[in-house]
Structure formats: structure tokens, C-alpha cells
Design a binder for this molecule. Sequence first.
Ligand SMILES: [Zn+2]
Length: 437
Amino acid sequence: MLHRATTFFGAIAALALLAGSSFAQDASPQVARIIHAGRLLADPSTGRVATEQSILVGADGAILGIEAGYVTREGAEIIDQRNRFVLPGLIDSHVHLTHQLGPGQLLDEVQLTSSDAALQGAGYARVTLMAGFTTVADLGAPNDSIFALRRAINEGRVPGPRIVASGAAVTPDGGHADANGLAPDVLDVLRSSAACSGADACARATRRQIQAGADVIKITATGGVLSNTAAGVAQQLTDPELSAIVQAAHMMGRRVTAHAHGADGINAALRAGVDSIEHGTYLDRDSVRLLRQGNRYLVPTMMAGWWVGQLAEQGGVLTPAQTVKAREVGPRLVAMVRMARANNVRIAFGTDTGVSPHGMNAREFQLLVGAGFTPLQAIQMATVNAADHLQLNSVTGRIAPGLAADIIAVDGDPTADVETLMNVRYVMARGVTHKNE
Ligand SMILES: [Zn+2]
């Protein structure tokens, strides 16, 4: 997938490699900052924790190397994390940065402009970064707002995580990501620009999203909990529509990720060739087989299920149509993740934050451990797995030479207690320190 984040950081990585080659050996790369790490989990896929390490970071924001012991370089800033546990910046593969669910959700739809959404997004992006998440995939936001926010963060004008953005989700007319539950004249105005009916129209909607700036295509293959319509959570895009979307996206170098709850929609989407599944609530044996066949990722978003379950019981936020679906889907997600775990389905970390409050993303780690995963496995989902899922392997997810310096630190040992990740004390994103408590 060719998207801005990849090409931009790919270029940085290439420059760093060039600087380290024999070609430039006389002028050894400029070390701008050195993190002294008491304990270091540089590559979560190995689980190996080293002690007393130095991470060398270049002025361009790339990692130059890791050296044993606490080393110094003339002119380099020393960042003391000797009492801390240092690990790669976290990745959330499913957020909605420009919005947060609250009691005013229906009014928000008619009162907020895309500029309001962009400015809200800037605030939530900062909160997300401070929580230790240095990369996110935003899977559903107004095109103008999220693409502008992505650019502002890339250019260093706004603090926030690297954003892989879908913009508007491709959805059937009246489906989960279209406007719903409003008066007909209002619906006519608020209709989604990416809503479609029929294979040709859905291919067109997909192409238009890519033209507008989508890094990845998000589709709503089934109904969803938070659309204000009693339309269930079964398949909503037809098989021909699904195939047309996947073909159009792949031909233009974009992956497709499918929001899907009902097993019929999950399996139809997988058969049509989508690259990953979001939620996966009613995953069945066929889904497991299809996911494993294509080595595809599941992003279970346990947080969303847990949170809407709480909201359904509290009252005051969800509409009656949403409440019925929240009661049904919430508890089911836990059983589904246990089933996925037993069948070795590949999982990437994602929370659907925006449904739950921004900055709480790390609560997902506790839910994953509650479903039977080890803390290290949960950390792998939010680092190496999510980087692989988002095709950012050569950019982030590990602390290694040539990758972006996306680095966080916590007190305590997150491989023993994931709750420590709820309280991230140090955050560096692309070589810049944003938090050091
Ligand atoms: Zn979502």
C-alpha cells in the first residue's frame, strides 16, 4: 500500500540507512538524543528484555542504533529513563479521532461542521499520543477533517499519532455508516458521500475515497451497534458490492478492512477478499478458516463492546435502537475473542475509541488479558502485529535502526502487569519528546 505515511517515513528510513553505509562513514550520523533505558523491550516479537541500554536517535527522528550500557555523545541530549521500562510506541488499529460518543450524539450530527470535527480531532489526537499511542488507524471520519489532521501531524504542526486514515466508510445507502434516524429532508443533506447501492456505485464510491486521500478503504459489511436504526447486525453490502469494492481498492493499491458483526457478513467479506475484519462479533468456524487462509488479521475492539454494554445499562446516551444492539453484541465479543485465541487467529490491537473516551485506549490490554492472552501477546498485538496489519513494518512497531523513533516508557513491568500501560510516563514520537513525567 502506497500512502503518505509510508512513503514519508520510508524516505526517512532510507536516509538513515544511507547515512550508516560505508558511503558516509566519515561523517557518522548525527546523534541528537540518547534514551537511557533501565529495561528495554526493543522487539516485542522476541519478548527479550535487555537492561541498561542506550537508544540513539537522529535529528531526523529515526533510530540510529541501540548500544549496551549508558553511553553519551558530544552534543546529544540525554533522556534519563533508567528507572523505567521502555518499549515501542503503541499502535491502535481502530479509532475515530474526530468524534467522541456522548449524550449529544444526534445533535452533533447536525451542528458540527467538518472544521469543528478537525479541531476536535486535534485535541483527541494529542490525548491519544499522551496515552502512549504513536500510530493509529482512523476508520471513519469526515474526509476533510481527518485528511487535514493527518497532514498537520505529519508536518509537525499539531502533536498527535501518525494517522493511517480511511476517511468516510464505504457503506450501503441507509446502512451502518450512512446518516440514520433523522427526518427525511435532514437525511438528504447529511447522506454520506461514500454511501452506495449496486456494484458499480460501490466501486465508484471506493475510487472516490482513494481520490480524496484514503490510505485504506473501510467498509461496513454488516449493520452496527451505533447506527440509529433497528436494522440488526447482519450482512448489508451484497456479495457483488463487496467484490466490486475489493477489486477497485486493490487495483489502486489500497487494502480493505471490513466492519462486520454477523457471521454472514464476516464470511461474505472474507470470501470477497477483504484484508481484515473489524469487530468480528459472531465469528464462526468458516470465518476462522477464511481468516487463517489469507493470513488475515482480526481487530476485535473489545473496548467498544465493553463500553457500549456499560452505556446500555446506564441509560441517557444510547437511543432505543442502539441499546438493543449494544446488549446483544457487548457480551458476545468476549466469547468470540476466546474462540479466536483457541484457533490461533492473528489479532491486531484496536479499540474503536471515539465510542469509548479518547485516551483510555490501553484499557483494551486488560480486556485482552481477561480473555486469556498473556500480557506479552497483548503488547505484540499493539506493536509488531498492528504494524504488520497496517503495513508499517519498516516504519514502526519495534525499536530498531532505521525505524522512526516511536518510543514510550512506563513504571513497572508491562509484561507482568499490562495495567502499567494505562499510565504511560514518557512518550517520543518520530524523535520528538511529547511527555516526560
Ligand atoms: Zn469504528
